[in-house]
Write a protein that binds this ligand. Structure first.
Ligand SMILES: *Cc1c(COP(=O)(O)O)cnc(C)c1O
Length: 217
């Protein structure tokens, strides 16, 4: 199957209101161009230097999503053009993104990364931390970031009941936090190549798919 055929079959399986972000990390610009050629515009990367190089080489109307762990001193490489940062895992990072966005005269859309999985290797906020931070009003004091929702990665397991439960807990938290953040809190980023059908079932509004489009890394 070609990249074009993979995108077509994934899009055919996704509800029209679920956004597809093609995760192009580690793949060359030529593969992104192939996907772009059949209308795909949103791409996900997890390294700032790689994203910067691809942004410089590829068309201006690509919507770049940052999905990896982000160090505060690297935000400046992506702040001028990044469309959505999915991986805000601390208050300190949110503040640093706000600072860099202000320097660019922009407002940057962000998601909080929620740690729903059981693995301790994964990043993100616990439910308690996120509720305390959000309901304390802290997150609303920044004028150059717009908090759009949550991102999560499910556990790496064959047990679909565990995966479903993690996505369901994430959606419940998303709904609860919506009371604090209001109408612009509208994005629930969950689902990858191996689990996106479960994620969509559980209310995902955005899936991040890499290997099912571009092949194994
Ligand atoms: C790599 C990655 C993906 C895509 O994973 P695939 O299994 O290749 O679809 C999605 N989300 C995050 C955060 C990633 O790092």
């Amino acid at each position: 199957m070609t990249i074009e055929q993979n995108i077509a079959s994934i899009k055919a399986a996704l509800p029209a209101d679920v956004k597809l972000v093609a995760v192009s990390k580690t793949f060359p610009a030529a593969d992104i161009s192939a996907a772009y050629g059949c209308g795909q515009r949103a791409f996900g990367e997890n390294r700032t230097q790689e994203l910067k190089a691809k942004h410089e080489e590829l068309p201006e109307d690509i919507e770049w999503h940052f999905i990896g762990s982000l160090q505060t001193n690297k935000i400046k490489y992506i702040a001028p053009y990044v469309s959505l940062i999915h991986s805000v895992d601390s208050a300190r990072l949110l503040e640093a993104i706000d600072t860099q966005a202000a320097k660019c005269g922009r407002t940057i859309d962000v998601l909080f990364e929620f740690h729903a999985a059981c693995e301790t290797t994964k990043h993100g906020w616990s439910e308690e931390e996120l509720l305390m931070y959000a309901e304390g009003g802290e997150a609303l004091k920044y004028s150059n970031v717009r908090i759009r929702g949550l991102m999560t990665m499910a556990s790496f397991t064959d047990d679909t009941a565990i995966i479903r439960d993690e996505f369901r807990r994430t959606r419940r938290l998303f709904e609860r936090l919506g009371h604090t953040f209001g109408d612009s809190f509208d994005t629930l980023s969950m689902g990858m190549s191996g689990d996106y059908t479960i994620a969509v079932d559980e209310g995902s509004t955005l899936v991040r798919i890499g290997s099912s489009i571009f092949g194994n890394r």
